[in-house]
Design a protein around this ligand. Structure first.
Ligand code: SIN
Ligand code: MN
Length: 281
C-alpha cells in the first residue's frame, strides 16, 4: 500500500518537518482509540504524571511494543506504517507509543524540544525517526495543542539541557534565534487527524487552562537501518508485523465484546514495559 500522502503533502513534510493529515483515522476508529485509552486497564492502570515547570501536569502512559490492541493496530496498520516508510525511506519499526493526556485546567506544558534531542542519547545514530501524533480529542490553541516550529528540522539537532523541573529542553537562545526565521504553527486537530513530524522538528505545547480535555496518542518510529547501538529503555530493531487497515475496527469489536476486565487485551501493554521514570521525547 502506498503512503497516504499526496505529492504535495510529501513535499510539505520535507520542507516543513511536519504535515497534518486530516481524517487519517475515521470517526469510528478515532472513537475506538479514545475509548481504549480511557478504559483499557493496561493503560488506565499505568498512568504516571509528568510535571511542568509551572505546576501543570500531563498524565501519561508509554509502551514499547504495539501488541494486538486497538491502539496496537493503529500503530501497525498499513496506512500508518507505509506512510512512515515513505517518510523515512525504508523499513521502519515501532520505537514506542505514548498517551499524553492533558486534563481540563491542569494539563501541563511542554518546553521546546526535539525528540532526537532525547533519542540521540539512546544510540540512535541518524535522525531517521519520526512520530505520528493522533488527536483523540479536539486539540486547539485553547487546550494546549502541539506547536511546531516550521522548518526547524533543517537546523539539525540542537543542544538540549535540563530545565528546572523534570523536563529537558532545547537551548533557548538558539530557539529564540530560530524563531526570528521560522514560523510557529499551532497544530490544531480534530479527533482522528494525525500530525506527522520529523524527530528534529522543534515542538512545544502550552498548559491546558481550558475546560476541554486534550488527549493525544503519539506513535514513534525508527528506521530499521538505524538500529540503536546502545541497549536502552526503548527497543532496538524489532520487526514490525503490519496489519490491514480494518484491523483497528476488528480489534475494537473484540474490545467491546469483553465482558470483564480480565478479558481486555491487557497483553498489549506489559506493565514492566511502561517506563514511568525516563523521559522519551
Ligand atoms: C504534547 O503532548 O503536547 C507533547 C508531547 C511530546 O512532545 O512528546
Ligand atoms: Mn516530543
Amino acid at each position: 500500500m502506498p503512503s497516504v500522502l499526496s505529492p504535495d503533502q510529501r513535499a510539505a513534510y520535507d520542507a516543513d518537518g511536519y504535515v497534518i493529515v486530516r481524517g487519517f483515522f475515521d470517526a469510528e476508529e478515532a472513537a475506538l482509540l479514545k475509548r481504549a485509552m480511557e478504559q483499557d486497564p493496561a493503560i488506565r492502570g499505568h498512568f504516571y504524571n509528568r510535571g511542568d515547570n509551572d505546576g501543570g501536569n500531563t498524565k501519561m502512559a508509554l509502551w514499547n511494543h504495539p501488541g494486538d490492541s486497538v491502539y496496537g493496530m493503529a500503530a501497525r496498520c498499513l496506512r500508518m506504517v507505509d506512510t512512515m516508510e515513505d517518510l523515512l525511506g525504508g523499513e521502519v519499526y515501532h520505537y514506542h507509543s505514548k498517551l499524553t493526556a492533558k486534563e481540563p485546567f491542569e494539563g501541563g506544558a511542554w518546553e521546546w524540544h526535539q525528540d532526537y534531542g532525547y533519542w540521540y542519547h539512546n544510540g540512535c545514530l541518524f535522525p531517521l525517526m519520526a512520530s505520528a501524533m493522533i488527536a483523540l480529542d479536539c486539540s486547539t490553541r485553547e487546550n494546549g495543542c502541539l506547536q511546531v516550529l516550521k522548518g526547524s528540522h533543517l537546523l539539525g539537532r540542537v543542544e538540549h539541557r535540563l530545565l528546572d523541573g523534570e523536563q529537558m529542553g532545547a537551548d533557548l537562545q538558539r530557539v529564540e534565534e530560530a524563531q526570528k526565521h521560522l514560523e510557529t504553527v499551532y497544530a490544531e486537530m480534530d479527533p482522528g487527524d494525525v500530525l506527522l513530524f520529523h524527530c528534529n522538528t522543534l515542538h512545544r505545547s502550552d498548559q491546558n487552562r481550558s475546560e476541554f480535555r486534550r488527549w493525544t496518542m503519539i506513535c514513534c518510529y525508527n528506521a530499521a537501518r538505524n538500529d540503536p547501538y546502545l541497549d536502552h529503555h526503548h527497543p532496538r530493531y524489532t520487526p514490525l508485523q503490519k496489519v490491514a487497515d480494518d484491523a483497528i475496527k476488528a480489534a475494537g469489536l473484540a474490545f467491546a465484546g469483553a465482558e470483564d476486565e480480565s478479558a481486555f487485551m491487557v497483553e498489549a501493554v506489559a506493565p514492566s514495559e511502561i517506563r514511568a521514570k525516563r523521559d522519551s521525547g
